[in-house]
Ligand binder design. Structure first.
Ligand SMILES: [Zn+2]
Length: 276
């Protein structure tokens, strides 16, 4: 009888814990795995889900920015391929994180560009089947008829070699995870995350390019205010770290920004700064 009671209570506790976990994880997973298509501009489609991907149609080629992962990568390829017809597909990865690059193998045979990570880092962190073929250390201009792409490796910020893609005629910038829209940033020191360098990159961007719209790594497209909001976030976190009252205030201030379970939250950002 006693064992029966223990088993019943254990079952209730496990179920309650699972329920709490589901409630905690659901908003992020729902957001992460919802692939919505936005027609951002003439012949430019954004596909959300596992990071924002772009499909740009030009006179001479189709450009895919970030390749997602799993079945979402296959859907992305099918859409790009359908638009391409006989035109070739160029692929660009803004950085090496899996949600932006693990679909590369689906684009087999297409030229794939990424920032120039060291060979050792790339081999350690990117699967052979998803390995890009062209590594950009500075910048590269690709004229494609009615649009000109500017690929620019901005160096260390979110990772060791973050690359942005500027659509010169449309004045649209794809930042990868250098910017988000009201989402806590992912900070992994082993991947190269460096807040001071990140802030400096965010300040540089509007000085280098005229920007009408920004497509962040995750979240809705916006304007240059996305860059300023993230700089302000970092500055607020930096001025609060180590002061319990200020830390609580800054955690409350950003309560509305999406968290990524076990990856990104105001608490994790403060922790990152604490372990500097
Ligand atoms: Zn990332």
């Amino acid at each position: 009888m006693k064992w029966k009671k223990i088993l019943t209570y254990s079952g209730i506790i496990i179920l309650a814990a699972m329920l709490v976990l589901i409630i905690y994880m659901y908003p992020f997973y729902h957001f992460f795995f919802s692939a919505n298509s936005i027609q951002l501009n003439n012949r430019l489609t954004i596909l959300s889900g596992a990071g924002n991907s772009g499909i740009l149609e030009t006179d001479s080629a189709i450009v895919v920015i970030d390749t997602k992962m799993g079945t979402m990568a296959k859907d992305l390829y099918e859409l790009a391929n359908e638009k391409a017809g006989k035109r070739k597909i160029l692929v660009i990865n803004t950085h090496f994180h899996g949600d932006h690059l693990n679909g590369n193998h689906v684009f087999k045979g297409c030229p794939i560009y990424i920032g120039r990570y060291t060979k050792e880092f790339a081999t350690k962190n990117i699967d052979k089947k998803n390995m890009p073929g062209i590594f950009i250390s500075d910048s590269l201009v690709i004229p494609l008829g009615d649009e000109t792409l500017v690929l620019c490796n901005l160096g260390q910020a979110h990772t060791f070699d973050d690359m942005v893609v500027y659509l010169k005629n449309r004045k649209i910038l794809f930042t990868g995870d250098l910017s988000f829209n009201k989402i806590n940033p992912v900070l992994m020191r082993e991947d190269g995350a460096d807040i001071e360098k990140w802030k400096s990159v965010l300040r540089q961007i509007p000085l280098r390019w005229q920007i009408k719209q920004i497509v962040p790594g995750h979240g809705d497209p916006g304007g240059v205010e996305l860059l300023n909001e993230l700089t302000e976030y970092f500055e607020n976190m930096q001025s609060a770290v180590g002061n319990p009252e200020k830390e609580s205030a800054v955690i409350a201030k950003y309560a509305g920004w999406m968290k990524m379970p076990l990856m990104a939250s105001p608490e994790r950002t403060l922790d990152f700064l604490r372990k500097k």
